[in-house]
Design a protein around this ligand. Sequence first.
Ligand code: SAM
Length: 509
Amino acid sequence: MSATSSRDPIEPLLVQIGRELARRGPHLRLLRQLLLLLDRLEDSRLDQELLLLLQELPAETLEPELAQRLRLQLQRLLPDLNSSLQPYASWLSALLPDQMPFQAWFQDSLFKLLMSRCYVMNPVLEQKLTSLRRKILLGQVAAEPEMLSLLSQQCQLNGFVWAISPEEKQVLDTLSAEPEQTQLLACYQPLQDLSSKAEIPSLTPIPEQDPCYRFYSESPYPRWLAPERLALESLPDQLQALFNLSIAEPQHVLVAGCGTGQQLAQLALQLPQAQLTGIDLSLSALEYAQTSLSQHQLKAELFQADLLALDHWEQRFDLISCGGVLHHLADPLAGLKVLTGLLKPNGLLKLGVYSHRARSPIWALREACGITGQESPEEVRAIRAQLLTDPGEAAHWLRGTYDFYTLETCRDLLFHPREQAFYLPDLGPWLAECNLELIGPELWQPSFYKLFAQAFPHLPYSDLQAWDQLEAQYPSLFAGLMVLWLRPRAKQPAELQQTDDWTRQHFWL
Ligand SMILES: C[S@@+](CC[C@H](N)C(=O)[O-])C[C@H]1O[C@@H](n2cnc3c(N)ncnc32)[C@H](O)[C@@H]1O
């Protein structure tokens, strides 16, 4: 719970009950108690921890009466919540009554909240809304201004990822930019360029022919709305808890390939005293980062740069975070060498790269859909529309990911022109060449650490082969990204001895 909320004695109780519910599932008595307490909560100090627990409840299985009461409370409490609702989007939309006529949706405050503050992550709702938008454009349904306004807000949020039928295209081609048509057009295309045009300096020449440069200039990644202020431990506490590693709070931090700045925003909240720097190839991503960071009163210094050309940069960092970048480079090892060179001697590198096993279902889907990585936004929308209803297991899994639901993130997920993925032992020789060692992986599911300890009670978290064996058994171990904490390898006593010998020989000591 947040520090400000501790004044209300109801809240610790709420959290306790929420935790119990998360453990036991939709337990009726507990749920009733929870609702009674929510009734008494006076303002919107419902914080993220509680929401996180609530969303563990499978909303579809709640009794209609309880679901309705929960909805009413959320409608009252959520609007003022000063943080991202996106993590709860799928759960919140499952709370919407199934059979509500569409006119009633637009009177419903939970629905309005979803449409204006999250991108919808629910295939059924998306299909209904896409069909409604089509009917409005074709003149088959009359739209109230509020309906159009919410539809256009939602489409701006999702980067216009919804499918457009050939009949709609025909009508859109004839639609003029007259003021009365503007709102309708805004459901299909951006009306103005919202990116900042402030100067972002360049540090290196930019390889404009590189497929990554072109891809991310057109499709800045990721689309994000607000930083997640979720239980942000300090980094030293996090590393202490994960790896029993003591570090001082990093002062100089680089996010290499920062994209639109979401990682910078999280780090700015987690390390409020640190000086943050972000570099990226894509100017449009950096402009997005600049606008969004300043909207949230967060600070970072941004530069356009090619990571591969930063080997002469004189800056050094206590912490470098580089997530989702190296596997898109033509030469990932060269990128790793540059990053290592930018670390201070005791610096830490947090590296996120694709896992071969976790990525395999995506590659199978790409093959099945004939995806080459050269698709236009129209082609992406059309292929995605098929996947929205595809009954196969892989498509079902895809629909459970965040990235499926906005245009830019969906392109990154499925339509990238260049990517590779790794088995952990593949990285061993690279780490050795860069004189880096693995501290351990950061896992999305904490229970995997227990599985590791059970399977390999005598091995350290730095053992690449052991993690690889565990991943073979649990292929979702590194779902999304394989996130590795690395540091420069400490010199072994034998090496120190060698260095001493060399020094003695060369300096006649
Ligand atoms: C998948 S996005 C990851 C963005 C960010 N790290 C995140 O996870 O939110 C990959 C980013 O790497 C950037 N990138 C790719 N090649 C690069 C290079 N050679 N130098 C700098 N940035 C690069 C892209 O422009 C893109 O913004």
